[in-house]
Every structure is written in structure tokens, then in C-alpha cells.
Design a protein around this ligand. Structure first.
Ligand code: BGC
Length: 276
């Protein structure tokens, strides 16, 4: 099997590496290029093109998986909190496939991390409901049940105590406000995780994002029913998970039929009849 290219688009850097899906790790050291100041589709596409060219020998015409910090419904970016608004509403899969000449699969960044962790990391073989949260600029979430992902969950934006949760509990808030790990954990994270625990009854929390490497500094302050563990692929999870999903799409070409749900719904309404 060829290596599949995974790309991770973040607020400060765009990173890419060919992924060996047999072992679930990078086949070559990753390349990181700073995210353009204006993170528009055009500028980000140009950076991804550079990464593709850098790895062209090892990826051939492989599909490309892009881990992206926004919900992506069949490739369409629904809204975007932390990058250029030019992405909102765009069919990014079509746009990037066209610009880059490779079949591109867009994956929400937390979902990509969840896929990486469930196939190769901390959530592998874990039965029941696993909730992965990435703590960074925002809060990303992936919900898996018996290893199957429910995509685009966005519960980092739960409204808790009148606030968008990520505006209170993301690790960027801790950094901006110079909070200690203890204050951040007890005053911000505890409330977030206990609400998520109440709503979803998970069996396991997995914590990703850059700050997860410092887990020993803040897990000890959290008082939760649910076991909580750090992600094991750390910042490699997004790239690996996006590559995994891109390959899955190639192996399941009929998996995305954008019209099926709408047609089924229209048929159900016709069958139900009813008077105005
Ligand atoms: C976005 C999510 C993303 C998370 C982490 C949130 O603001 O809405 O889609 O997963 O940030 O990047």
C-alpha cells in the first residue's frame, strides 16, 4: 500500500506527513509551514500544495486527508470559529481536490484525532462511549461508540453557565489569562467535563491537543466519575486520523451519497400524507 498523506491545518501551523497505515505512524518526518496570516482557502491551499510537492516521491497519487478546525459535512465547511471566514459554506473537498489534483477528504480536526486514537492509540479496543477532547485554541470533540465515530459533534461549543464552553476552558484561555494548571483545572475544566459527563455518560475521556503532554500537571485536580487518559499519539493523531479516513473513503467509494438522506426524507413525507 502507498503511504497516504495526512495534513493538519491549525491556527499557527500547517503540518503534513505521509502515513504508513499498516503501523499507524509517519513514514517520514513531518513538514510544518506557518499558517498564512490570512488563512483563506486560497492561501491554505498553496501551503498544502507545497507540502504535497515536498513528499511527492513517497505519496504518488495517494488521496490526501485534511484535518481541519471546523465541522465538515461531506466536505462542506458549515461554520468556522478560529480561521478565515472565507471557508464557511465552501465545499472544501471539491475546492482542494481541484486545486491540488489529489482526492481530498476533509475531516474535523478532533474527529481526525479520535480516528487516530481509536485505530492506533489510547481508545483502541475500548468498548462503549469514548469522548476525545482536544484542548488548544478551542475545544474540539470526537464521540465514538464501540469504535464508530459520530462526526462533527462540536460540544466544545456547549453553552455552559452562559458562555461558549471553549471561551472559558480551552488551553488558549489558560495561557492568555496566565492561569496556573490548578486554577484552570478546578475553575474551568472541572465544570466543562462534569457537564459533558452528565449529558453523555461516557466510559472514557481521552484528552488531546498540545497541552495533553502536561497531563500530569492537571488531571490530578479533576474530580470525575469517568476515567480520563491522555491521547497517546499526541500531536500526530490528527495527521494519522485524516490519512486513515482518506484511505477509508477510497476503499468505500459509495459511502457518501449526499442525496440519499434528502430523498429518503421526501419519500417519508409523501408516504405520511396529511392535510394542510
Ligand atoms: C471548532 C471545532 C474544532 C475545535 C478545535 C472549535 O472552535 O468549532 O470544529 O474541532 O475548535 O480546533
Amino acid at each position: 500500500m502507498n503511504n497516504v498523506l495526512g495534513i493538519d491545518v491549525g491556527g499557527s501551523g500547517i503540518k503534513g506527513a505521509p502515513v504508513d497505515l499498516e503501523v499507524g505512524d509517519f513514514a517520514e518526518p513531518r513538514l510544518r509551514i506557518p499558517t498564512p496570516q490570512k488563512s483563506s482557502p486560497k492561501n491554505v491551499a498553496a501551503v498544502i500544495k507545497e507540502i504535497i510537492e515536498h513528499f511527492s516521491d513517497s505519496i504518488g497519487d495517494s488521496p490526501v486527508g485534511v484535518s481541519f478546525p471546523a465541522p465538515s459535512r461531506h466536505g462542506v465547511i458549515r461554520f468556522i470559529a478560529n480561521l478565515d471566514q472565507g471557508w464557511a459554506g465552501l465545499n472544501a473537498e471539491d475546492y482542494l481536490s481541484d486545486k491540488l489534483g489529489h482526492a481530498v477528504t476533509m475531516v474535523n480536526d478532533a474527529d481526525a484525532a479520535g480516528l487516530g486514537e481509536v485505530h492506533y492509540g489510547a481508545a483502541k479496543g475500548v468498548p462503549g462511549v469514548v469522548i476525545l477532547t482536544t484542548l488548544g485554541t478551542g475545544i474540539g470533540t470526537a464521540i465514538l461508540n464501540d469504535g464508530i465515530l459520530l462526526p462533527n459533534t462540536e460540544i466544545g461549543h456547549l453553552e455552559i453557565d452562559g458562555y461558549d464552553a471553549e471561551k472559558r476552558a480551552a488551553s488558549s484561555v489558560k495561557d492568555k489569562k496566565h492561569m496556573s494548571y490548578k486554577d484552570w483545572a478546578t475553575k474551568r475544566l472541572q465544570r466543562y467535563y462534569e457537564v459533558v459527563e452528565m449529558l453523555f455518560s461516557p466510559d472514557l475521556f481521552v484528552v488531546g491537543g498540545g497541552v495533553s503532554k502536561d497531563h500530569a500537571k492537571f488531571f490530578k485536580y479533576l474530580n470525575l466519575e469517568t476515567p480520563i487518559v491522555p491521547a497517546t499519539l499526541f500531536n500526530r493523531a490528527g495527521i494519522i486520523g485524516a490519512a486513515w479516513q482518506a484511505n477509508w473513503r477510497i476503499e468505500h467509494p459509495d459511502s457518501v451519497n449526499r442525496d440519499t438522506a434528502r430523498e429518503t426524507a421526501e419519500k417519508a413525507i409523501r408516504a405520511a400524507g396529511g392535510e394542510d
